[in-house]
Design a protein around this ligand. Structure first.
Ligand code: NDP
Length: 464
């Protein structure tokens, strides 16, 4: 395959090195945030040269500084009557083009660096959707895994008891992310409504019977597959008959699998934090229904898949391993859908050795910088997260519109709008990459297209 572009995605020009030294000095000990900034900044030198007003207005320096960071104590009581204390956050990164919008993550790995990386990415992702939403992210180092519904409810109520002071339908509209699904959104919305005595569109990801949008649970996974199909179409190819690797087994992985099955592809793998399964016969819709019940209702482990289906094998996580052997399974396409940095250099190397054609990121920042460089070098069609997984936040924004108009669109209407948004994002990436001399490079395309719209809005709104 021919390389996508002659320019490496993470060129370390003097400009990038200087800017990263500035970031590392101002925000020490935040490696995930540095990684996200480096990726964006590596695309922007050419833009800053072409548009000197961005330098004059210090747009980049302003954009890497969150407008506001809120951190708070979250005390709650477990079923044994013991008091627990977690830390809650909301990073309100940029509201130049609309209210802050971005998910809440509940996982033990959450810290300020992770949320700043996610919030920063969200600025560009939300801009790419073409919808009026700014960037934010929040969450807690609390993990719901293994806790009772009552414990999760008490935590959510305590968390929202504080967060509700800082959010609102026209200010900041959180949604779900890792560890925050329909159950957690329900408990948080209940607390928000009680505290404010108002039924507003402040949280998205709600059940359809109380203001949620149809197709919101499906949107990130479906959107990632639509984006993959758009990338393949530029080469006259489709997903039909492709063997695919999917990681994760949560919301994004489940609906990525469902849409891949619908389009005639075969999903060979799924995973969770304890390991991965390999099913050479494919995770068909019956097996997917089992996974949905296992993960969403019984809250079990993916190893149970291999106990149920003799066609599959389970491979526990080996922490001594450099990389994840799941990515060595020969396949045509990969859909990382679990978490950040789950494809490291050695994994990318295995994927290209097996001739992977396409990588579309359902998870946020799942590929490390050296992994990205390997994909670029080998001409893999590589859809970075901020473009490929933007379908989720796009349908969240459609949920906001429906909530404020007090009306409901049908599943077909929402799906049509989602397809349009994903096609629009794909076109914006392709056009921006071409304009700035990086034809076919979706990393540069997504960063540039996402950045310029927000940068222009910031200039138009003055120095605030
Ligand atoms: P879920 O909580 O529903 O599922 C997450 C999955 O990833 C689970 O299978 C989980 O395993 C696994 N996982 C999480 N952390 C790790 C880890 N450190 N190591 C290995 N496996 C891990 O989350 P989502 O599906 O919603 O989110 C997945 C990714 O997609 C995240 O990067 C998220 O930011 C991104 N995303 C999600 C959107 C959405 O609409 N939900 C929108 C855009 C992006 P286990 O069950 O063992 O914890």
């Amino acid at each position: 395959m021919a390389p996508q572009t002659a320019t490496a995605p993470h060129c370390s020009s003097a400009f990038v090195q200087d800017f990263m030294a500035y970031i590392e000095d101002r925000s020490p000990g935040e490696p995930e945030f540095h990684q996200a900034v480096r990726e964006v900044v590596s695309s922007l030198e050419v833009v800053l040269e072409a548009r000197p007003e961005y330098r004059k207005h210090a747009i980049l320096e302003r954009m890497v500084e969150p407008e506001r960071v809120i951190q708070f104590r979250v005390p709650w009581m477990n079923d044994a009557g013991e008091v627990k204390v977690n830390r809650g956050y909301r990073v309100q990164f940029n509201s130049a083009i609309g209210p802050y919008k971005g998910g809440l993550r509940f996982h033990q790995s959450v810290n300020l660096s992770v949320l700043k990386f996610l919030g920063f990415e969200q600025i560009f992702k939300n801009s790419l959707t073409g919808l009026p939403i700014g960037g934010g992210k929040g969450g807690s180092d609390f993990s719901p895994a293994g806790l009772s519904d009552n414990e999760v409810m008490r935590f959510c109520q305590s968390f929202m008891g504080e967060l509700q002071r800082h959010i609102g339908a026209d200010t900041d509209v959180p949604a779900g992310d890792i560890g925050v699904g329909g159950r957690e959104i329900g408990y948080m919305f209940g607390q928000y409504r009680k505290s404010n005595n108002m039924f507003t569109g402040t949280l998205t990801g709600r059940a359809p019977s109380w203001g949620g949008s149809l197709l919101r649970p499906e949107a990130t996974g479906y959107g990632t597959v639509y984006f993959a199909a758009e990338m393949l179409a530029t080469k006259g190819r489709t997903l039909e008959g492709m063997n695919c690797l999917v990681s994760g087994s949560g919301n994004v992985a489940q609906y990525t699998t469902e849409k891949l099955n619908e389009l005639g592809a075969k999903v060979l793998t799924l995973s969770d934090s304890s390991g991965w399964i390999h099913d050479p016969e494919g995770v068909d819709n019956d097996k997917l229904a089992f996974v949905m019940d296992l993960k969403n209702v019984r809250r079990g482990r993916i190893s149970e898949y291999a106990e149920k289906y003799s066609s599959a094998t389970f491979h526990p996580v080996d922490n001594g391993n450099d990389g994840n052997p799941m990515w060595s399974v020969p396949a045509d396409a990969a859909f990382p859908s679990a978490t950040q940095n789950e494809i490291v250099g050695v994994d990318a190397r295995h994927l290209v050795e097996n001739n992977v054609q396409l990588v579309a990121e359902g998870a946020n920042m799942p590929t490390t910088a050296d992994g990205q460089a390997i994909f670029m070098e080998h001409g893999v069609l590589y859809g970075p997260a901020k473009a490929a997984n933007a379908g989720g936040v796009a349908v969240s924004a459609l949920e906001m519109s429906q909530a404020s108009q007090r009306l409901h669109w049908t599943r077909e209407e929402v799906d049509m709008k989602l397809r349009d948004v994903m096609a629009g994002i794909h076109k914006a990436c392709v056009d921006a990459a071409k304009t700035y001399g990086h034809e076919g490079n979706y990393i540069h395309g997504s960063n540039i297209a996402g950045f310029t719209k927000v940068a222009d809005a910031m200039i138009q709104q003055g120095l605030i």
